[in-house]
Design a protein around this ligand. Structure first.
Ligand code: F6P
Length: 479
């Protein structure tokens, strides 16, 4: 069996006290353990320019090999903070109002992709299969191909892929999509993401999409598919009912003094719709006097990317909103919103989900949103909470038992909260069964195995007489 090489911007290196946690890491590590291979990417450290260029640090942990590199300050600023998170992230989440383009940052983005590719190449063997993750690395295969690498290379986009009208606001959009076509297989979270990519190929790139979904553009052939990322629901259920967490959960329940609990957990990101969510909770209080003092809302939002200006802005805004709403509705022994800017142990979060009455997950746009899936898996089947979920999260297409809301409709969200809080036990159980069945139908293992099966089935790239790389099986079609 070919070795598997996983490439991602950040590498979650387990330590002795902190084993790999989080579904994705566990799912990918499972694949690496089966096939051998390594996980390559940024260590998360900013280092001197000479150290950044000195080659990857290779380490073995729990039977898996990790190869990590540091980034110089300039590379971090241009590639990660700049083009990835100040241009691609907002645009791919349909926030072109927050996007900021800078040519130097784009040059840095391409340069770092090349640099990372050069650092990976000495570690590669001819038969390796390479699986690249996320928007930081759109041109990674292009960089490998330019250096003569002919291995199978697949890419999975964890975030949405925008419609051509939005994508084309990125000045070098054509360069980016052309580079994406150097992959053998592109994986998207939802059909609308895949459709957006194909629309671009046909309408902007002048390419074509065959009935089997294969896209041809810029003299290249690329397959595309939908692979809905999932979780391992039984593992989450086990975490949620850990006896170790009983004490903190009891303490929380005591503090609530019989009040209902609405819970949300997100990275502190403007794409998560937190301002609208706070306002919907406020509207719930306004709508019904009886809800005042009767329900608490816990929003956990650990800060990320805090050196990016738009993230500083959203943080200030949320502090203002939480303070304003609490000022309006608090009493001496009750504060409606508990807004916590820190991370919690994943297992503890799952127990908190289980103890809550409503999971409130309302991103303005999200690739999939695994928090929604975890909320469902963490519930007690005998007395489950209700998921209120944004129609703009990829998970909405699977979790038909959720109350689906439009996060721009504050009244609609408040009504859904009210409905969720007063739903009967049989209704909650029926919705829970429906959602849980969806999680079991397509779990994280199925996502990973489907993607890898399709990637292994891609024809190996051959080099023709004119030295342009073409997949062997499709060479005649292109000629
Ligand atoms: O969901 C997109 C993503 O970039 C993930 O790949 C990553 O784990 C997460 O957001 C956190 O982002 P960052 O690495 O920028 O903190």
């Amino acid at each position: 069996m070919s070795r598997l090489i996983i490439v991602s911007n950040r590498v979650a290196l387990p330590t002795d006290n902190k084993p790999a946690s989080g579904g994705l890491a566990v799912g990918l590590l499972g694949a690496l353990e089966q096939s051998g291979g390594l996980w390559f990417g940024w260590s998360g450290d900013i280092v001197s320019g000479s150290r950044a260029a000195s080659g990857p640090l290779v380490q073995h942990r729990n039977g898996v090999t990790y190869a990590t590199v540091g980034l110089s300050r300039r590379d971090y600023d241009q590639y990660y903070k700049g083009f990835s998170n100040a241009m691609l992230w907002p645009t791919f989440h349909y926030r072109i109002d927050l996007a900021r383009f800078d040519r130097k940052e784009y040059a840095g983005y391409r340069r770092v992709n090349n640099l990372l590719a050069q650092q990976l190449i000495p570690l590669l063997e001819p038969d390796d299969v390479i699986w690249v993750h996320d928007y930081h690395l759109l041109p990674f295969a292009d960089a490998l191909r330019a250096a003569g690498i002919r291995n199978r290379i697949g890419f999975f986009l964890h975030i949405p892929f925008p419609a051509p009208q939005v994508l084309t606001t990125i000045p070098p959009h054509e360069d980016l999509v052309k580079a994406m076509c150097a992959y053998d297989l592109l994986g998207f979270q939802t059909h609308s993401d895949l459709t957006a990519f194909r629309d671009y190929i046909e309408r902007e790139a002048g390419g074509s999409v065959a009935p089997d979904g294969t896209a041809k553009a810029y003299g290249q052939v690329v397959r595309g598919g939908v692979y809905r990322i999932g979780i391992f629901p039984d593992d989450v259920a086990a975490q949620a009912s850990r006896p170790e967490n009983r004490k903190p959960v009891l303490e929380l329940k005591q503090g609530l003094a019989g009040r209902k609990l609405i819970m949300s957990v997100d990275r502190l990101d403007y794409s998560k719709g937190l301002v609208e969510r706070f306002r919907a909770f406020e509207r719930l209080m306004e709508m019904s006097q009886s809800r005042q003092g009767d329900v608490s809302f816990v929003q956990i939002a650990p800060p990320t990317r805090s050196d990016v200006h738009t993230y500083q802005q959203i943080r200030e805004r949320l502090e203002y909103e939480a303070g304003r709403i609490n000022g309006r509705f608090s009493s001496l022994n009750y504060a409606p919103i508990h807004y916590l800017n820190r991370g919690f142990d994943h297992r503890m979060l799952m127990s908190l989900f289980r103890a809550s009455d409503v999971g409130f997950v309302t991103p303005l746009r999200d690739g999939m949103n695994l928090v929604a899936k975890e909320y469902v898996a963490a519930q007690d089947p005998a007395d489950p909470g209700v998921l209120v979920l944004s129609c703009f999260a990829g998970a909405a297409s699977e979790l038909s038992g959720a109350l689906i809301v439009n996060p721009h409709d504050i009244d609609g969200m408040a009504e859904a909260l009210d409905h969720a809080l007063s739903m009967s036990l049989p209704q909650r159980q029926a919705r829970q069964r429906e959602n849980l069945a969806a999680l079991h139908r397509y779990n994280l293992g199925a996502w990973r195995d489907d993607f890898l099966t399709d990637l292994y089935a891609c024809p190996i790239v051959a080099v023709d007489a004119t030295d342009s790389a073409v997949p062997q099986a499709s060479a005649s079609a292109l000629a």
